[in-house]
Design a protein around this ligand. Sequence first.
Ligand code: ACO
Length: 331
Amino acid sequence: MIPTVARITGTGRGLPSRIFTNDDFASIGIETSDEWIMERTGIHERRIGSETETTCWMAAAAARGAMAKAGVTAGEIDTIILSTATPDRLLPATAVDLQAELGATRAAAFDVSAACSGWLYAITIAEGMIASGAIDTALVVGAEKMSAIIDWTDRSTCVLFGDGAGAVIVQRNKAGEKAGILSTFMRSDGCLANLLYRPDGGAAHPMTKEIVENRTHLVKMAGREVFKHAVREMSEAADRALDSAKLRSADIDLLIPHQANTRIIEATAKHASIPMSKVYVNVDRFGNTSSASIPIALDEVIEKKIVGPGSTVMMVAFGAGFTWASAIIRL
Ligand code: ACO
């Protein structure tokens, strides 16, 4: 068995209370239908944050849940790594707002920007920091207020996304511990950046009245191209995670794929030879919450006792960049 240096000791999630169903799009003048959205994506509803339900607010709710389950106090956290594509402000990082909110006075705090793969990138960074001896305890959060950056007049993207946060505590393993992070894998291809991006509003093209009027500061996506790459790259990520952990598909108790849409999830599971009975899907209730999707799902499957101590869980993600990543953990 591969020795592990770190394990997940607690999970939590933080979700806005407002549920926005497919039928609700009619109320904002979007011509679509529950049938169209369900057939193409499997999404039925998503959560939408209010003005006060910010990225930091959702992150804090998720973090408090994870800390309570791990039995870790704010003062014991060495590092906060927060993955987000929707920071509350452009400067400073939302992770420091979270650090202040939690009163984690000993913690270094920084954001990771790797879109939907970001939480798996963040877990990999946390494990590496523990392996190097730099830290013992990390709070790793994926928090996204996608409703703030999508174009609510573009029906091809606005129906896909939702808001939410998931968090875990990652801690150094004691000698001989069987639970732990068994393998991780990360990749990117920036040549494909313009298939899923926000063209303007960054330092290259700072915000102007024209940018806001033309809505080019919001998410643009070439849906079909993204779909093809998502299936291919998530399949590769699954293969690499299994190879590095020296496991076979049959050893996996549960696959938690990034929740973008059910057709991508089904194709990934098929490629990895994992039956859908061993695949967790909650995209119907939350839509695509970007880097929050896997930690939200992980918290749900532990709470529902779908997995428990000794279970082997594989997680795979794909997102803007493109970035893709995977990890296998034993609980
Ligand atoms: N309701 C009704 N009709 C719609 C809607 C809608 N919400 N959106 C688009 N249409 C129409 C289009 O206008 C088009 O009509 P036309 O043929 O008259 O021009 C028609 O439906 C087909 O549009 P396509 O974009 O070709 O539809 P497609 O079958 O490709 O499905 C979808 C679109 C669902 C976006 C699909 O491409 C997809 O799932 N892509 C992956 C997107 C994704 O998951 N991205 C995120 C993954 S990575 C990450 O999480 C960051």
